[in-house]
Design a protein around this ligand. Structure first.
Ligand SMILES: CC#CCNS(=O)(=O)c1cc(S(N)(=O)=O)ccc1C(=O)O
Ligand SMILES: [Zn+2]
Length: 244
């Protein structure tokens, strides 16, 4: 099965069993500083829609948390379901959320390029934020309004002055564990930082995600939904929490 890699010992996503997570008092608060002028464009890559950033400088970085040094923001994207009962990649006590946001960062201190960092155990840091059904999210609406322009695979539009920290809950609590990319090359290079608190989005905003297509213009349309990887075995890993 192509979705499991032979010999994988730290694959993602996983179920986070709240009572099995271990509070680590040495975990620092995560410091997030993004510069909205580094935002470049939104594109549909046929798997999700992603917002990409200029990662040629240290203008948009995260530091602290479980991380040894700072990591540069490269892109963020989402995973979602066909209906609200599922869609997230990680689960909490086996509960799915309707969607999950991933902000992908890479270790430009130790590695010369993103492609190199992808192959290293401490190469990437991904912040995961759960989306739950509730009030309309004004910050997300800016993104939702741009989605019709990237409906088909391989379409891209310019997108600037967006600060993705508006999508991250202010509550500092998170879980963290050593994992992998959830899409090819599935490399075991990700320090996952999963925010405990979800953000709220409304039904129309989730439905807007579901209007996107896996397919290119001219192909038979296939709705972009259920773009999440199945849960992977925890194996010999402990999930740490930054909170008691
Ligand atoms: C070489 C290589 C690579 C992986 N790229 S990514 O880290 O931006 C990424 C990461 C993830 S995830 N779900 O592992 O954060 C999903 C999708 C992507 C992507 O290519 O768009
Ligand atoms: Zn992802």
């Amino acid at each position: 099965c192509p979705l499991t890699i032979p010999g994988g010992t730290r694959q993602s996503p996983i179920n986070i069993q709240w009572r099995d997570s271990v509070y680590d008092p040495f975990l620092k608060p995560l410091k997030i500083s993004y510069d909205p002028t580094t935002c470049l464009h939104i594109w549909n890559n046929g798997y999700s829609f992603l917002v990409e950033f200029d990662d040629s400088t240290d203008k948009s970085i995260i530091v602290g948390g479980p991380l040894e040094n700072q990591y540069r923001l490269k892109q963020f994207h989402f995973h979602w379901g066909a209906i609200n009962d599922w869609g997230s990649e990680h689960t909490v006590d086996s509960k799915f959320y309707p969607a999950e946001l991933h902000l992908v960062h890479w270790n430009a201190v130790d590695y010369p390029s993103f492609e190199d960092a992808v192959m290293e155990g401490n190469g990437l840091a991904v912040i995961g934020v759960f989306l739950k059904l509730g009030a309309r999210h004004e910050g997300l609406q800016t993104l939702v309004d741009a989605l019709p322009a990237v409906r088909h695979k391989d379409t891209v539009i310019e997108f600037d002055e967006f600060d993705p920290s508006c999508l991250i809950p202010s509550c500092p609590d998170y879980w963290t564990y050593a994992g992998s990319l959830t899409t090819p090359p599935l490399t075991e290079s990700v320090t996952w930082i999963i925010k405990k608190k979800p953000i709220e989005v409304d039904e129309d905003q989730l439905e807007a995600f579901r209007t996107l297509l896996f397919t290119s213009d001219g192909e038979e349309e296939r709705r972009m939904v259920d773009n999440f990887r199945p849960l992977q075995p925890l194996m010999n890993r402990t999930v740490r929490s930054s909170f008691q």
